[in-house]
Design a protein around this ligand. Sequence first.
Ligand SMILES: [Zn+2]
Length: 104
Amino acid sequence: MNDLEREKTEIPCPGGGRPIRTTYGDVARRSSIKSSKGHEYKFKSSDQSKLKRAMNKMSDLTDDYQKDIEKMQKKFEKDIKNAQEDFGEAFQNVLSTADVLLKR
Ligand SMILES: [Zn+2]
């Protein structure tokens, strides 16, 4: 179960009563959901399959995005470290190779 499946949602009571509190996962997986008054949805499994696929797609995209971010973060850390070293060296180099004039 991914995060989206655990996410809470409310669906309208099919009998016009108070909304039913449930999760996206329950809507995708349970064959039926009832309100407190016994008003019931019986879901079509083929439509639930589509919902599951759509949720998995969102979850996969989010995972891929996270991995890409981590990869970019690591690359940036490596690149900036090298650039900082080059900077430090170049800076010291400007000083160490400069002609020095000392006035008396
Ligand atoms: Zn109801």
